[in-house]
Design a protein around this ligand. Structure first.
Ligand code: SAM
Length: 209
């Protein structure tokens, strides 16, 4: 049984607004199909809403109207959650695994998300019609190795918004060579959801020169 809407109802309403029923529907679909499809571990089901959905949605205010690429979307975290919370932003979900791509496309259709396309590719092989304004990723790889996959997808002045765990600052410290090589500036770790969510969300933000 998922903790759907049983925790943090105020913050959920703030983050999703009128889209809250869509976020609920996505969470229900993930709760009922995610384990069988290998998208989510059984231990995560009881905390799907609080630990996964809300922790992704709290990033939504960092996005600007424009085109966002989500690298390694997997179950749709954070890409689908952010697309639900921000219908004013266009998203391209980049995911190489066929079964996950099928899930993502099914959800885009079932939830009638007009602002999402799914691109079956690895980030390093993806063909884009135009570069992204922002790139998101969660649980794909360490910042040092994520930079070469994500920074080349951005337009000049574009921004990385990478969800990270408690070791985020250590990942930044270990990435100094890649930060220089890919001309990243304004690299910072920010903590979101303090005093609001059960689990805070850490984000590495950086701009491409
Ligand atoms: C651990 S899962 C995380 C999925 C999701 N972001 C989440 O937070 O639940 C990592 C995902 O990254 C994808 N992935 C791995 N290497 C990738 C690459 N080079 N380009 C794009 N996606 C990649 C995998 O297929 C997988 O779906």
């Amino acid at each position: 049984m998922t903790d759907l809407l049983e925790t943090e109802p105020d913050v959920a309403a703030t983050l999703f607004g009128e889209q809250l029923p869509v976020a609920r529907a996505f969470t229900s679909n993930l709760a009922s199909q995610g384990e069988e499809l290998g998208l989510i571990g059984p231990l995560e089901l009881p905390r799907l809403w609080s630990r996964h959905i809300l922790n992704c949605a709290i990033v939504a205010p960092l996005l600007r109207p424009g085109l966002v690429g989500d690298v390694g979307s997997g179950a749709g975290l954070p890409g689908l959650v952010l697309a639900i919370a921000r219908p004013d932003v266009s998203f391209v979900l980049i995911e190489p695994m066929e079964r996950r791509v099928a899930w993502l496309n099914d959800q885009v259709n079932a939830l009638e998300l007009a602002n999402v396309t799914v691109n079956r590719s690895r980030a390093e092989d993806v063909r884009l019609t135009r570069p992204f304004d922002q790139v998101t990723a969660r649980a794909v790889s360490a910042f040092r190795t994520l930079i070469p996959l994500t920074a080349p997808l951005l337009r000049p002045g574009g921004e990385l918004v990478l969800m990270k765990g408690a070791g985020a600052q250590g990942e930044v410290d270990a990435a100094s060579k890649a930060i220089r090589a890919y001309r990243l500036t304004d690299v910072e770790v920010i903590t979101l959801g303090e005093g609001v969510l059960n689990d805070v969300t850490r984000v590495i933000r950086a701009t491409v020169d």
